[in-house]
Design a protein around this ligand. Structure first.
Ligand code: SF4
Length: 289
């Protein structure tokens, strides 16, 4: 992973910051000591490292920055998610250098659909541009081109979605006919069945919620995941005759729900926590009718 910190350094110097908290994604952890040493040397500041796992720009270390008295947070690897913060945050993009192999190009050429929506995650932004140009060159029509998040709300724009990157976290946010240009495995994979199964699981969870009497409402304190209207939502469920309680966490896990006696949980935080197994049914708020 590559991160260009020159803009961040300019910004720190121009504002006379003294204490800085940096937060990096897992893939950049081996580089974090080098990055902090460079910032300390060039800017004459104290640099601290936020060491909790970071899941996105929804997960800024605001409490840690406040406790340490930091003037600014530098967040690597994700773009601004729109989280409102008292402390300023600089977002530093990260790039993964990768190429589309000749083998993969041959697979792409076999795609029959003409109107294609193409997607990727932030570190592959440059490659997404390249893929768009390549598809146009071989006669396809690129009808949509976006960087997506694991929680992006999505409606297909073309006959096929084509995701380029590594790991299934992001492409599983898509819907409809979807192919995954998996750079790690150098393969073009069809994710359509997996996505359809996800839709079926979603429908089953909604039906369990409808039958449930005792509902736990899961709320996260993570700055970009906190659901402001949780109490109004609870009132609505009570009007529907359900018994409810709001449960608040930082990270929501199955282990933390053990021993609680709710029939069903409504998750108001990151919808992708459902990628992990839960003993009791959990439905995402955004999926409720
Ligand atoms: S809410 Fe979840 S999927 Fe969305 S950016 Fe945060 S961690 Fe990623």
């Amino acid at each position: 992973m590559l991160a260009d910190i020159s803009e961040a350094i300019k910004e720190i110097k121009s504002k006379d910051h003294k204490k800085i908290l940096i937060q990096v994604p897992e893939g950049l952890k081996t580089e974090v000591s080098r990055i902090s040493a460079k910032i300390e040397k060039e800017c004459c500041v104290d640099v601290f490292i936020a060491a909790e796992p970071c899941y996105g720009a929804c997960d800024l270390p605001l409490k840690e920055a406040e406790v340490l008295g930091c003037d600014i947070i530098i967040h690597f690897g994700h773009y601004d998610f729109g989280v409102k913060t008292k402390i300023p945050v600089i977002y530093v993009p990260v790039e993964i250098k990768a190429e589309i192999s000749e083998e993969l190009k041959k697979e792409i050429e076999k795609i029959e659909e003409k109107k294609i929506g193409i997607y990727s995650s932030e570190p592959f932004r440059r490659l997404l541009e390249y893929l768009g140009d390549y598809l146009e060159d071989i006669g396809k029509e690129v009808v949509d081109k976006k960087i997506i998040l694991g929680c992006s709300e999505f409606e297909p724009a073309g006959e096929l979605n084509l995701f380029i990157g590594s790991g299934k976290f992001h492409p599983l946010a898509l819907k409809g006919k979807t192919y995954f240009l998996n750079l790690e495995r150098n393969k073009l994979e069809d994710l359509s069945r997996e996505l359809m199964k996800e839709e079926m699981k979603k429908a089953a969870r909604i039906s369990k919620f409808e039958d449930a009497k005792k509902v736990g409402i899961l709320v996260s304190t993570k700055p970009g995941q906190f659901y402001q209207d949780c109490e109004q939502f609870e009132d609505r469920l009570r009007e529907q005759g359900k018994k409810t309680k709001i449960l608040i966490f930082d990270m929501i896990t199955n282990e933390k729900l053990m021993g609680l006696d709710f029939d069903v949980y409504v998750n108001t935080a990151c919808p992708r926590i459902l990628d992990n197994p839960f003993d009791k049914p959990v439905v995402n708020l955004r999926d409720l009718p």
